[in-house]
Design a protein around this ligand. Structure first.
Ligand code: ZN
Length: 600
């Protein structure tokens, strides 16, 4: 039966079903292997006389074990995502998680010993050609070496974090999710959660957006004292942590984790800030199209036109594959495997969790893609995005399990690039209003990733410094810093207004992972800049791009991009990304002129 395209995935490459006895078998075997691995290698890594051959053999064993123990976990979480309503799925996930932790406990020593090795022993070993495959893995394991405390100190900090920073993070989550927002629409009051109110900010009716925005502000205002206290406490906690761990400045720990230096990040952020003009220009156009005298914060995401066109899954498949094919037949072939072999779960079903993702699974199997396909243009873009990840993961398998996943700043490379290819294809076949809607969506998504995250990063930079220099900050102090940085990306094209001064309060990234946000700017601008290279070089660019994907996480972002001749410290490279953005806005401007001429 080759007629109907399957919308649900086939997980039998992992296991036959949740009762497959091989799940427990894998876990039992992995536990036994972890014990014998620990018996053999504990105390033998961090020692004088360690040789490259010995270390390589140990890492190979570790890799094979880590890969095999991932399979039950990958399977359980995929099954759970596809139907969270079945208690047996939750139970399987819980069981596998617990057993995986048990296995992992026996392996902790390995990375600790790698980290503890003095440079004079490990560096010559890493230079040995037989270690080339694992050089980056070892380097990555040792990234925080300089900032580790003694074991008793680490143990104390770890335990106290449960009643310290982690407790405040949880209090934040619980506070935000328990706030009831009272939205008044057409004289009727409705009580909503934070995600529901945020969704209303995209409503076509201005009154509704305004009501949602006031309700959000009011809800945050009512909780501003505890939320401000939580922010102050966590920012101060980080300052203490940074001092104890000998970090020189607030962003340093994040830069190390991202394998980027401050100079590079500053260059990228400065380029994003240069791009603030482009966003201001777009919002001026948007104001004219919407016919408003002035734009306010609740108009940022106002839809220009309601997109009514529907794309059946077959059509989305053809659009995605054709646009991948025009770029590279090899990439199309890989993407096609996902359809041929049912590696995609796209069917809308009750019980399915929200969102979309690509699970890399393991290097000896293949990735799976998860999403809910509802036939909107958005869903076509999501399919392209996740298949971009899928192709990336598929190609990176040749690096082996430990090296296949990319560092955060480059993790969205293929997904965003794939989306860009499909965006162009979708726009080409759309009528004028549809096309304008697609462009507006794309532009706003890019701004929300590049400019907005850069503005949020600058807010965090000032927030952490202000807390360190001035002590505890008031709600108004933080609001002022927030408004100044967030307003900058709109210049005079949109007025955020006083209500917006409280909106830092619900951004969980600030609370959970300080300075995380700039990786979004970095990743998106990188893709725009690479897209520029593609426009300039044409077919010559394609094999280089495929090499980037194949490298997976086998080296740092800087080394990775240097392989295709990119110097990530060079502002000109990043400006290429801003130019692509400008061109998209130029095209949007042309479209809106045509539209206005027709409307007349
Ligand atoms: Zn993604």
């Amino acid at each position: 039966m080759a007629d109907k395209l399957s919308l649900s995935w086939d997980l039998s490459d992992l296991y036959e079903g949740i009762d497959d006895p091989r799940i427990d078998q894998t876990l039992d075997e992995c536990l036994a292997r972890a014990k014998s691995f620990a018996n053999r290698y504990r105390g033998s890594i961090n020692r004088e006389g360690l040789t490259a051959d010995y270390l390589r053999t140990a890492i190979e064993e570790f890799e094979s074990l880590a890969q095999d123990m991932t399979k039950p976990m990958a399977y359980a979480s995929l099954v759970f995502s596809a139907d969270t309503s079945k208690p047996e799925h939750g139970a399987l996930l819980q069981k596998v998680q617990e057993r995986q932790t048990e296995i992992a406990l026996d392996l902790i020593f390995f990375e600790l010993e790698l980290m503890a090795l003095p440079p004079e022993i490990i560096e010559p070993i890493l230079d040995d050609p037989c270690m080339s495959r694992y050089r980056h893995f070892v380097r990555a394991a040792r990234l925080f070496r300089e900032h580790k405390l003694s074991e008793p100190e680490e143990r104390i900090l770890e335990q106290k974090a449960n009643t310290g920073s982690r407790a405040f993070q949880r209090l934040f989550e619980e506070s935000i999710s328990s706030i009831q927002f009272h939205v008044v629409i057409d004289g009727e009051e409705r009580v909503m959660t934070e995600p529901e109110v945020i969704a209303l900010l995209r409503d076509p009716k201005r009154e509704t957006r305004k009501a949602a925005s006031s309700a959000l502000t009011k809800g945050l205002q009512d909780h501003s004292r505890p939320l401000t206290f939580i922010f102050n406490t966590l920012v101060y906690d980080k300052a203490i942590d940074d001092r104890l761990r000998r970090y020189e400045y607030p962003e340093q720990a994040r830069h190390i984790a991202n394998e980027l230096d401050a100079e590079t990040v500053d260059t990228v952020i400065a380029t994003c800030v240069e791009g603030f003009d482009v966003s201001a220009r777009y919002y001026r156009l948007k104001k004219e199209i919407l016919g408003y005298d002035k734009l306010f914060h609740y108009d940022r995401y106002a839809p220009i036109f309601e997109s009514k066109k529907r794309y059946p899954f077959e059509e989305a498949k053809a659009i995605v594959l054709d646009s991948f094919d025009r770029f590279s037949p090899q990439i199309r072939q890989i993407a096609e495997l996902f359809f041929q072999n049912s590696w995609i779960d796209a069917e809308p079903r009750t019980g399915k969790r929200g969102g979309a993702f690509c699970s890399y699974v393991t290097a000896d199997l293949h990735p799976y893609v998860f999403m809910t396909y509802l036939e909107r243009s958005d869903d076509v873009m999501t399919l392209a995005h996740e298949l971009g990840h899928g192709v990336h993961a598929y190609l990176a398998r040749e690096q082996g399990f430990l090296n296949m996943s990319s560092a955060l700043p480059v993790a969205e490379l293929a997904s965003t690039f794939g989306q860009m290819l499909v965006f162009e294809a979708l726009a080409k076949q759309a009528d004028l209003e549809e096309k304008m809607a697609l462009y507006a969506e794309k532009i706003e998504e890019v701004f929300a990733t590049v400019q907005r995250q850069a503005a949020m990063y600058r807010f965090e930079q000032e927030l952490h410094r202000a807390r360190r220099e001035r002590g505890e900050l008031t709600t108004e102090d933080i609001g002022k810093i927030w408004q100044r940085h967030m307003q900058a990306m709109f210049a005079d094209a949109l007025e955020l207004g006083d209500e917006h001064a409280l909106w830092w309060m619900y951004v969980s990234h600030f609370v959970e992972s300080p300075f995380y946000v700039y990786a979004y700017s970095f990743g998106e601008l990188l893709v725009m800049a690479l897209y520029r290279m593609y426009q300039e070089q044409g077919a010559k660019f394609v094999p280089q791009y495929i090499d980037l994907l194949k490298a997976g996480g086998s080296c740092s972002p800087q080394e990775l991009l240097a392989r295709v001749g990119i110097d990530i410290k060079n502002p000109e490279f990043w400006r290429g990304g801003i130019r692509v953005m400008e061109e998209i806005v130029d095209e949007f401007e042309r479209l809106s002129k045509t539209w206005r001429a027709r409307a007349r």
